[in-house]
Every structure is written in C-alpha cells, then in structure tokens.
Ligand binder design. Structure first.
Ligand code: AMP
Length: 210
C-alpha cells in the first residue's frame, strides 16, 4: 500500500498514520517529523525550515521535493509507505506524479476548523520519537512523558494560536486543492475525524477497503 494522508493540521493525521503503519506493517514518512528532527540536529535544512515553520508557512516546493525524493528511495519504503504531510501543494503532487513512485490511494480525514483549533491547543509531542498526545483526548500514562519511548512531551512551537490560524489558512489555500486533484483521478477516499481515535481508525480502514 502506498498511501497519501491528506488532512488539515491537527485533524489527527499523525495519529492515524501510526495506526495504519501498525495495521499494514509499512513505515509512515512524516515530512513534519523529518523537518523537526533536522531543526533539533541543527542541520542546514533545519536552519532554513525553522523560519518557515515558526511562521506557519510552507517550506519551498523544490526543497521538499528533494527531501522526499531522497527519503522515498530508501530500502524501508520498498514495500509501501504512508505519507503524512506530503504532498501539500499542487507542485509537490505533480512532482510525485512525474516520479517513478506509484501512489495507490489518497485518504482525506475531514475535521471542521473549530475542532482543529481546540485540539491543537492541547496537543503534546514527544521530543524524541514524535508520537503525539493530548492534554484531554489522548493523555499519556505519566504526565509529560511519552508512553512509547519515555521521551519528554512538549508543545510544538507552531501550535501557538496565531501560528495555528496561519497554518489553517495555508492549508485551505495551498493543500485543499489537492482534494479535487486526486478526486478527479479517482484516488480519493474520505473519512471523518471522530471524538475517539479508535472510531476514526475504524472509518479510515473502511474507507480504504474499496
Ligand atoms: P506537520 O507536522 O505536517 O504539521 O508539518 C509542520 C510544518 O512543516 C508545516 O507547517 C510546514 O511549515 C512544514 N512542512 C511539512 N510538510 C511540508 C511540505 N510537504 N511542504 C512544505 N512544508 C511542509
């Protein structure tokens, strides 16, 4: 399975990607996690990405396309993958189409903007393994500590209310057009984000059946 997950920031894309990775036994490739890792490591890519991410803006297409070209050619992607956060613009989608990488399906998880703003305000991320938690909807077993790896849970800098607003605006103008792009190709499947993660996963798996 070669799957693209499309959804607004905070719609639960990362969490569902983790579930799908387990279900299908294939890796999730998260562009956000790759970029944040580079920021932590202080690489050239990280330094450049930080200015865009902190402002809630997208990294330029040519850079992201290069990053993903490299990542998707790695051995662990040979039997399939889940793309979380790529493509995010029409130019990125067209670059993927022009490459030798074949995508099977594109899944959209729909969540209204008001719910997204509420969810992002309590989101926590593991500073080591990038797993996501929430102060209300997905509490870690021990406060401030990642259930998976014991890493420290932090609030992402770009989850500040002002930045969330610009990220949502960027999503609507630059990423939402991809829904029509993939729907026209007959590749789009849709699920609705529910209150319970497991209910969303059930809908997601059903949407991917056909
Ligand atoms: P995410 O964790 O997917 O919400 O990504 C966090 C931030 O990384 C985004 O708000 C963008 O600034 C940047 N980013 C992630 N993926 C892409 C992409 N495909 N194209 C451009 N910027 C991206």
């Amino acid at each position: 399975m070669r799957l693209i997950l499309l959804a607004a920031p905070g719609a639960g894309k990362g969490t569902q990607a983790e579930k799908l990775s387990e279900h299908f036994g294939i890796p999730t490739i998260s562009t956000g996690a790759i970029l944040r890792h580079n920021i932590q490591e202080g690489t050239e890519l990280g330094k450049l990405a930080k200015t865009y991410i902190d402002g809630g803006n997208l990294i330029p297409d040519d850079i992201m396309i290069q990053v993903m070209d490299d990542r998707l050619s790695k051995e662990d992607c040979k039997n399939g993958f889940i793309l979380d956060g790529f493509p995010r613009t029409l130019a990125q989608a067209e670059a993927l189409d022009a490459s030798s990488i074949q995508i099977d399906k594109v899944l959209n998880i729909e969540v209204p903007d008001e719910k997204i703003i509420a969810r992002l305000s309590g989101r926590l991320e593991c500073s080591q393994c990038a797993a996501t938690f929430h102060t209300e909807y997905r509490k870690p077993k021990v406060e401030g500590v990642c259930d998976n790896c014991g890493g420290k849970l932090v609030t992402r800098a770009d989850d500040k209310p002002e930045t969330v607003k610009s990220r949502l605006a960027v999503y609507h103008t630059q990423t939402e057009p991809l829904l029509k792009y993939y729907s026209d190709k007959g590749m789009l499947r849709t699920a609705h984000g529910q209150e319970e993660i497991a209910d969303t996963t059930a809908e997601v798996l059903k949407a991917l059946e056909d």
